[in-house]
Ligand binder design. Structure first.
Ligand code: NOJ
Length: 654
């Protein structure tokens, strides 16, 4: 009864608008988006799922310097489209993705004469909309703000990080919407009725990243500003990024949703044969522990001798590539990096020859210190230099809260920052270079269009366990990320620590067991997956290392077996093109017993190798206690396992 009442109220509210509401429903009819113009000509929408209003009348539109583009419209036409197609990813959590939606495009004419379309897509598991400015007499606009709002019908709770968080490196927190302030996109919502939502943007191109201003039952959009106080300077024709919301009854459905990828344009690269998911190690953790330096000197990490040693370790231990940071000049000041001049103790030619001879790829490193402009102006020569040395992956870095773009100092998530990152990805593609972007703008699914954008940081990663003054990432962290940050795209968290002692900050450490670190290779998705520790630490634990050798980082399909945000996650992934499964389970500071039905397996016998917390494992006192067991399993079996506090379990089923 209550449901029916809410629906009737939503429709009658819209019927008070001057125009009849127009609607688009999802293919199975369970979700409908209604759009109408208010009496002042402002566009509004609402969303009904299973006869329940989720979003009640909420405004759409923008404001520009030349006109208030949130009101004074007339409808001049509508168009509908629908799609049902399945496309194949170049790499990813899933090989095949189905895009099944209905679309309504409403063409509006503003009193100023400006034409704007609103495209709305309805999926069975969510909805999306964007603003489009077709070719017209006006050839450019300066956008001041977006009016886009979301009026919820109930009080929900939000997982989010504050919008000013540098590089998105914060612990995600849950709070009632009413008590949440301005936060970054995305947010994950625990709905009052026990279902879930995920709000983000897709296909962010030449526009600022969105943020959300929250108050009770109400969210509005805040665009990351430019230094001149405006939000975006756009040339027409122009389409804004999509704003989308996934609506799912369960966390498994939330994680299985592919709306964001479907909203991005198909792959634009003709040849993608050179793009390869890889596991890598690197000359890296030593710098974060301060036992090595980035700059040249007695403790210099990126020396020829060290690199050859790392390459040997990789070649002998099932690892595809080696990263080296601190190989190039500029680390003394962090202001004037030179991306084509190695330090004298780094012999690029012989390293590159040796890596090739051992069939190991080099992951290059370009830390800009935030000087994006200097980097951008030399991109072609920098990438030609790397290509000449056989380097096909570069980790980029922008350590600086404000980056110096060719349009001056700006937030990295402003339109100027977004433009820079796009230029980097496009230029890199021409030189057959894939990008691992640190200090990025939050991913929005662009990897569909440009699959050489392989992974990004944008997370409080493992490195915080080396030097954070608050003791390191709490165990809960990795049980929140799969349902929040990871839904925005691949994440370079750098899992797989095998040593928990910290010589420089003894109070800071990875708050996890060894089994938990192994599980992260499956739980936290990245097609470039770094095992972050030192080779000597890996050599000490060959039994655990076997899982790192075996686990792939490109998947046929992926599914959440079970989980709860901030409590635990059990992920299962099938290796791409093989009848092999890998599972990872992690828990927060509570120990727990989990059950894993193996009903996803095919109809035959498999061997499961289980890497679990030993009975006496304890992340503080005995983190290395690992039991490795082997058993024969079939789809009829259910595994019952115990996870220690901050513990985990990794399983290879082949
Ligand atoms: C921060 C990055 O996250 C880290 O991976 C890198 O080592 C340093 N910047 C230096 O570039």
């Amino acid at each position: 009864m209550k449901k029916i009442l809410i629906t009737l109220l939503a429709i009658s509210a819209m019927l008070s608008c001057t125009h009849k509401p127009m609607s688009v429903s999802s293919p199975d009819g369970s979700l409908t988006v209604n759009i109408a113009l208010n009496s002042d000509g402002s566009p509004v929408y609402n969303v009904i799922r299973d006869s329940v209003t989720i979003i009640t009348d909420s405004r759409l539109g923008l404001t520009a310097t030349s006109a208030d583009l949130s009101r004074d419209y007339k409808i001049i036409g509508t168009k509908t489209n629908s799609a049902d197609q399945t496309w194949e990813t170049i790499w990813g959590e899933e090989r095949k993705i189905r895009d099944h939606h209905n679309e309504l495009i409403i063409s509006l004419k503003h009193s100023s004469g400006i034409m704007m379309d609103i495209a709305v897509r309805a999926y069975d598991d969510g909805f999306a909309f964007r603003y489009l400015f077709p070719q017209q007499d006006t050839d450019s606009l300066t956008i001041l703000a977006e009016t886009t709002e979301y009026n919820f019908t109930q009080d929900h709770e939000l997982w989010s990080i504050p919008w000013r968080t540098e590089y998105y490196e914060a612990l995600w927190k849950k709070s009632p919407m009413a008590l949440t302030d301005t936060v970054c996109s995305p947010v994950t919502i625990e709905m009052a009725d026990g279902t879930y939502a995920f709000m983000h943007e897709a296909a962010l191109t030449d526009y600022p990243a969105q943020n959300f201003v929250c108050s009770q039952r109400h969210i509005t959009t805040y665009l990351t500003p430019l230094a001149d106080g405006t939000s975006a300077h756009i040339k027409l024709p122009f389409s804004t990024p999509w704003r989308f919301m996934t609506l799912a009854k369960t966390l498994r459905q939330l994680m299985a949703s592919r709306i964001m990828l479907n909203l991005n344009e198909p792959c634009q690269l003709h040849d993608t044969s050179w793009i390869r998911p890889m596991k890598f190690i690197g000359i890296w953790w030593g710098m974060h522990l301060k036992t090595m330096t980035w700059h040249a000197g007695p403790q210099h990490g990126a020396t020829t001798a060290n690199m050859l040693r790392y390459i040997d370790f990789a070649a002998e231990n099932g690892i595809d590539a080696v990263l080296a940071e601190g190989w190039n000049k500029g680390w003394e000041t962090w202001t004037d990096f030179d991306f084509m001049t190695p330090y004298p103790d780094w012999d690029m030619d012989s390293i590159s020859r040796y890596a090739t001879s051992r069939n190991i790829a080099i992951v290059g490193h370009n830390e800009t210190g935030g000087n994006a402009a200097a980097y951008e102006l030399k991109l072609d020569s920098i990438y030609a230099y790397h290509q000449k040395h056989g380097i096909h992956v570069i980790k980029t870095g922008y350590v600086s809260p404000v980056i110096n773009t060719i349009d001056g100092p700006q937030y990295n998530r402003s339109q100027a920052g977004v433009r820079h990152y796009r230029k980097v990805i496009e230029t890199a593609a021409r030189y057959h270079i894939a990008i691992d972007n640190h200090e990025p703008v939050m991913p929005t699914g662009l990897q569909r269009t440009l699959p050489n954008l392989m992974t990004q940081e944008g997370v409080r990663g493992q490195e915080w366990n080396a030097w954070s003054t608050d003791g390191g990432n709490p165990p809960e962290h990795v049980t929140v990320l799969p349902y929040t940050r990871v839904l925005a795209g691949p994440m370079d968290f750098t899992p797989c620590l095998f040593s928990f002692e910290n010589p420089v900050h003894p109070e800071t450490r990875a708050q996890s067991t060894l089994a938990n670190q192994l599980a992260l290779l499956v739980v936290l998705y990245s097609p470039l997956q770094m095992a972050c520790d030192l080779p000597e630490n890996y050599q000490q634990r060959p039994e655990a290392w076997q899982f790192v050798r075996d686990v792939p980082c490109d998947w046929e399909r992926s599914t959440l077996i079970d989980g709860a945000i901030g409590q635990y996650t059990i992920m299962a992934r099938q290796k791409r093109g093989a009848d092999e499964w890998y599972l990872g389970a992690v828990t927060n500071s509570e120990a727990r017993d989990i059950t894993i039905p193996l009903n996803f397996l095919g109809d035959r016998q498999f061997t499961a190798v289980i890497y679990r917390d030993a009975d006496d494992a304890d992340w503080r006192a005995n983190p290395y206690a690992l039991t490795v067991e082997q058993q024969t399993v079939t789809a009829a079996d259910t595994l019952r396992l115990h996870l220690a506090a901050a513990g985990g379990c990794a399983i290879a089923i082949r």
